[in-house]
Design a protein around this ligand. Structure first.
Ligand code: FE
Length: 338
């Protein structure tokens, strides 16, 4: 910990010495809703003397607000979760391209926007969970989930959920729109109940017996290992998990990331903050504080997420997947996925 701070402070001190804008504040529009993120901001403030003002809201509201504020927007940075939202922010014109050797070299290319308008800082695997006692042959791939063998067994949230939108967009990317539509149709046929609740509720559904098989992001399950999650932690041992499609594209990875606002008043400090998010220390927070996978390779995992074991992640270019999100939405509507 101490080592990372020293390195960070040293690097930034050198930069700050020559920068007149060093004391400029950074206005952070964030839709990340995790308490542990506090530590991310306070450590940056301590190391750099740059104050972070956090403006929190839902992603789409923040994007709409930035659009309405236009050139007068005080926003320096937008932080949000999911590739689809990052793509939406880019398409709305509220982000700008930036040049950063630090981000370019530390964040893998497939986790960056092609025009450097957004960068991923942490990942989550969207995987399959199942009732170990009742499901002898769990689905091994995303396509398996739609197999008629699982009719009436599967719980997954609504099509308005961005995690599902990006998952379907990735299925379009790998298998084409026709296969994706058949899959979505099969999923609707296999649902144990009409989509309801968040990812944790899909896991609770296994505990309550309503669902035999569920789809959720890895960090919701890992959180129930790290701390008490009502309706889940006490009965967690009955749940098994599958990292899907290990003999093919690998497990679908959801992204959390951000970019510099189109009209950022403190652009230089905004870039510094994004570079800080890619530092070893910040990357460790994403894992230890919120059970996520660091985006930067070579960072150690928190025990809660390491407990899920090794797997092959899908390293498809998320900037490409984002292009299929409108098509995914059409498919959801066509098959009646609520
Ligand atoms: Fe989430």
């Amino acid at each position: 910990m101490l080592k990372a701070t020293t390195i960070l402070a040293g690097t930034l001190a050198a930069t700050l010495a020559t920068s007149a804008a060093a004391e400029g504040e950074v206005n952070l529009y964030s839709s990340r809703h995790y308490d542990t993120d506090e530590r991310l901001y306070s450590d940056f403030e301590e190391a750099t003397g740059i104050t972070i003002n956090r403006i929190e809201g839902k992603a789409d509201e923040l994007i709409a607000r930035m659009t309405a504020e236009g050139a007068n927007s005080p926003a320096d940075i937008l932080l949000t979760v999911d590739t689809s939202r990052l793509a939406r922010a880019k398409n709305a014109g509220v982000l700008q391209s930036i040049d950063s050797d630090v981000l370019e070299t530390s964040v893998p290319g497939y986790l960056q926007d092609a025009d450097n308008q957004w960068f991923g800082f942490s990942q989550r695997a969207r995987i399959i969970f199942y009732d170990k006692a009742d499901v002898a042959n769990p689905p091994r791939t995303y396509l398996d989930l739609a197999d008629p063998a699982y009719k009436g067994l599967v719980c997954i949230r609504s099509s308005s959920n961005t995690y599902n939108q990006t998952l379907l967009a990735s299925i379009i990317t790998h298998h084409g729109a026709e296969v994706a539509k058949d899959w979505a149709e099969g999923m609707v046929a296999n649902m144990a109940r009409a989509p309801q609740g968040g990812d944790t509720d899909q896991l609770r559904g296994i505990v309550s017996g309503e669902c035999e098989i569920s789809v959720a992001n890895s960090y919701y399950f890992a959180r129930s290992i790290r701390k008490e999650v009502k309706g889940l932690s006490a009965d967690r041992d009955m749940i098994g998990w599958i990292f899907p499609s290990q003999d093919a594209e690998g497990a679908h990875m959801n992204l959390s990331g951000g970019g510099v606002a189109a009209h950022a008043p403190n652009r230089d400090n905004a870039v510094k903050f994004l570079e800080y998010l890619a530092s070893e220390k910040a990357q460790q927070y994403f894992s230890a504080g919120n059970d996520e996978f660091p985006a930067v390779p070579g960072i150690g995992l928190a025990p809660s997420i390491a407990a899920l074991g090794h797997f092959k992640p899908d390293d498809v270019n998320l900037s490409e997947v984002a292009k299929n999100i409108p098509e995914a939405q059409k498919i959801f509507d066509a098959v009646g996925w609520e």
